[in-house]
Ligand binder design. Structure first.
Ligand code: GDP
Length: 525
């Protein structure tokens, strides 16, 4: 039974650059899964979420964003958990961290634009973790780049081999559909059709006269394309996909619901079920009987007065049952998971049982930190839920110096929640904040005010990049520390971090000091 539950689960996230079509695709996936009935539901939410970058407005939307963080739906015999990767203004470390809780990712590329910066950043995290990625090239109903150029762009910028699973016939006004190379099926596109699947024809081989009947002169074009591509493309090798060395590629148009079913089929047929996870002592298999999981995201609840938090816990092994007792590893305490929540597309429902791959929400009053492990029996600590090197920095200006204690407390707690990273320079008493998405600065200030009664604002700090530094040779590290004292700080867990004024400076320093290891991520202690 347990094994079956595991095999039926797929937990994934969508990575994309803003406007590539993530929201549209999410909505279509949820429609297929019957999780929402009406098109426009997800869009409307996005509109309210992005109408303003004002934190207070976002605050009002929090209740909604909690439920949209995890979207659970069924497709065929599968239980699918789609985790939201916040983008646009709400891009933050959470966006990266969600990718530590998935087993695979779908990369959406705007066919007219190719690989864009945010996709590159998110793919870097996937590749770092060998997360398998399925690619969906979107907006074929528009004039896009040639499919071969798109594949070349992905291979060059993302260092991953592309294996087209389908091939588009025409584009923009002359877009006729896609030919599925593996199933040998022709799927025709009818502009504006609201049908979920479109017409599908099985083709015996590319010389099938049916092809000419359906496509006219574009049949010859397709044959030529496929000839060209087959000479150049690599065969699909499942193991290479699992190691993120290869990505299967689909073409379609999310807004027209075209190619979405194929993508969903690929998610259940190709993407892996919950995978083993590395803990400090050993690898933990999903099939193990005892429960284990880790917190990858913490969200303040609507009622800030109660400092109520929801910790999102990804289940790694065993079975969750309501009211079960587990060990909270960092605190060394037994806790009862009484009021866990499971997340649906539109509602939260209280959960009786859940399995590896599922995400449960645990209410707490600030005792849970990012990266905390919960386990039954054995003492475990999962690795791979790190902090990510920030890209934007500011210095906190406290308006009332008497509030320094509260400031300290607030910043400590907000950093434990993963809202912001706090650094203390070696040479002064400043509080330097670091984030990967700039909105987090406003979020931090607003929450310091509303939850800790601390009035503060921030000014830009002259840094552009950061790396944690370690070195096996203590003497060398001491020399480095002496030379770069003004650029070194400690993070909230006491790890040494180098703050560089520019990317250029950083790479220079790295070249000059080959024995000093510069880390882009840092595990929680
Ligand atoms: P997100 O920012 O990645 O979530 O992107 P959205 O899903 O909001 O889409 C951005 C814009 O692209 C919207 O105006 C969509 O209507 C449009 N869009 C999405 N998919 C398609 C598509 O397949 N074809 C065309 N022509 N437009 C699309």
């Amino acid at each position: 039974m347990h094994q079956k539950e595991i095999e039926q689960r797929r937990t994934f996230g969508i990575i994309s650059h803003p406007d590539a079509g993530k929201t549209t695709l999410t909505e279509k996936l949820l429609l297929f899964g019957g999780a929402i009935q009406l098109a426009g539901t997800v869009k409307a939410r996005k509109a309210t979420r992005h109408a303003t970058s004002d934190w207070m407005a976002i605050e009002k939307e929090r209740g909604i964003s909690v439920t949209t963080s995890v979207m659970k739906f069924h497709y065929r015999d599968f239980e699918i958990n789609l985790l939201d990767t916040p983008g646009h203004q709400d891009f933050s470390e959470d966006t990266y961290r969600v990718l530590t809780a998935v087993d695979s990712a779908v990369m959406v590329i705007d066919g007219a634009k190719g690989v864009e910066p945010q996709t590159e950043k998110l793919m870097e995290i996937c590749l770092l973790r060998n997360t398998p990625v399925i690619t969906f090239i979107n907006k074929l109903d528009r004039d896009v780049l040639s499919p071969l150029d798109l594949l070349a762009d992905i291979e060059k910028k993302l260092q991953i081999e592309c294996v087209p699973m389908s091939w588009p016939i025409g584009m923009g006004k002359s877009f006729r559909g896609v030919y599925n190379l593996y199933r040998k099926e022709l799927q025709l596109f009818t502009p504006g059709a609201k049908t979920r699947s479109g017409e599908v024809f099985v083709i015996r081989d590319l010389d099938d006269p049916e092809l000419d009947k359906r496509l006219g002169s574009q049949a010859a074009e397709l044959r030529e394309d496929i000839d060209l591509m087959e000479g150049a493309a690599n065969p699909f090798v499942y193991e290479h996909f699992l190691k993120a060395n290869q990505t299967p590629v689909f073409f379609g148009s999310a807004i027209n619901n075209f190619g979405v079913r194929e993508l969903l089929d690929a998610i259940v047929e190709l993407a892996p079920s919950p995978r083993p996870r590395q803990a400090t002592t050993r690898e933990v298999l999903p099939s193990e009987e005892q429960f284990s999981g880790f917190a990858f995201k913490i969200q303040a609840n609507m009622d800030t007065a109660h400092r109520d938090r929801i910790a999102f816990v990804r289940i790694c092994s065993g079975k969750f049952t309501r009211g079960m007792k587990v060990r909270h590893n960092r605190l060394g305490k037994e806790v009862t998971l009484a009021n866990a929540t499971i997340f649906m597309a539109q509602d939260r429902a209280s959960v009786e049982e859940a399995y590896p791959g599922d995400i449960i929400g645990i209410h707490n009053h600030g005792t849970i930190r990012i990266g905390d492990t919960f386990s039954e029996g054995e003492e475990l600590k999962f690795t791979g839920i790190p902090n990510f090197a920030p890209e934007h920095f500011c210095r906190v200006r406290l308006k009332n110096p008497l509030k320094i204690k509260q400031l300290q407390k607030g910043l400590t707690q907000l950093s434990e929640e993963g809202i912001v990273q706090v650094f203390r320079p070696l040479t002064n008493n400043d509080y330097i904040l670091g984030v990967v998405g700039v909105l987090q600065f406003d979020v931090t200030m607003a929450r310091l005010f509303s939850e800790y009664s601390v009035e503060a604002d921030y000014e830009p700090a002259d840094y552009a990049a950061a790396r944690w530094v370690t070195c096996a040779d203590r003497e060398k590290l001491a020399v480095f520390e002496k030379k770069y004292r003004n650029n070194l700080a400690l993070d909230s867990e006491g790890n040494l971090i180098y703050l560089a004024m520019s990317e250029w400076r950083l790479s220079n320093t790295m070249e000059e000091w080959p024995d000093i290891t510069m880390h882009k991520t840092m595990e929680h202690s």
